[in-house]
Design a protein around this ligand. Structure first.
Ligand code: MLT
Length: 238
């Protein structure tokens, strides 16, 4: 298994579209908070998640999927007219048996940038062990971990998630960026420290969302993996 890591939104925008991903398994991390919210929703019974890039796409999809919850954020806040924001804690009580349409600043963009990949898995600190188990079971030749970032910037928490996954896999062949992600994870034996130190983490704490940061930092709490096929995320049957 060769593991490479995309560490910044600039690479997602410029490098990913030029890559042939047909033989690659992508794992997308947006630890604060998009992929953590998705993993939380799946663990609490959500049946399908539709990640889309824009508010307009979300509204158009909602018109076709009756009963779907509309979720996501802009600037971290609930989008006007939407049912839920992007706090993982909003995806525990009311999602059982529901479909969710979501659009977020970085997370859903990163996921949909992987549309051409052989497999696309949804990663978070919350489900590192479960993702590692899925990858160990198939041992794909090429894994690309995609860190969604924060607005246009590298995000420490996503690199930490990527590094944790690499440490769980113990793969023999790593790109330089994979080595860098692994070094980040080793720097923070407690994921919460990385999440709190990150730009996004500090903004969330300042805006009274420490509970979200603490939730997202729980290592391998949830034994669920989402897989995106044809732009729909469903739990992987295991
Ligand atoms: C994103 O997709 O950019 C994030 O999940 C933003 C957030 O923290 O809500």
């Amino acid at each position: 298994m060769y593991i490479d890591v995309i560490l910044s939104p600039a690479e997602i925008a410029s490098v990913l579209p030029t890559r042939d991903l047909s033989g690659t398994t992508c794992v997308v991390f947006d630890v604060l908070r998009a992929t953590s919210s998705m993993v939380t929703a799946l663990a609490h019974g959500a049946t399908e998640i539709y990640p889309v890039r824009t508010i307009e796409e979300a509204l158009a999809l909602k018109a076709r999927i009756s009963g779907a919850l509309l979720g996501g954020e802009r600037n971290g806040d609930l989008i006007e007219g939407f049912d839920v924001g992007n706090s993982p804690l909003e995806y525990t009580d009311r999602v059982n048996g529901r479909r969710i349409i979501t659009t977020t600043t970085n997370g859903t963009i990163a996921l949909r940038a992987c549309d051409g990949a052989e497999r696309v898995l949804v990663g978070a600190v919350l489900n590192i062990d479960a993702v590692a188990k899925v990858l160990r079971a198939t041992w794909p030749a090429r894994v690309l971990i995609v860190c969604a970032g924060t607005f246009a910037d590298f995000a420490l928490e996503d690199a930490c998630g990527a590094g944790l996954l690499i440490s769980y896999l113990g793969a023999e062949s790593l790109s330089d960026s994979a080595h860098a992600a692994l070094a980040v994870a080793r720097l923070y034996p407690e994921p919460l420290a990385a999440l709190r130190a990150s730009q996004n983490g500090r903004v969330l704490v300042k805006s009274g969302r420490m509970a979200d940061v603490e939730w997202c930092a729980q290592l391998s709490l949830l034994d669920v993996v989402g897989e995106m096929k044809s732009a729909v995320i469903r739990p992987v049957a295991r």
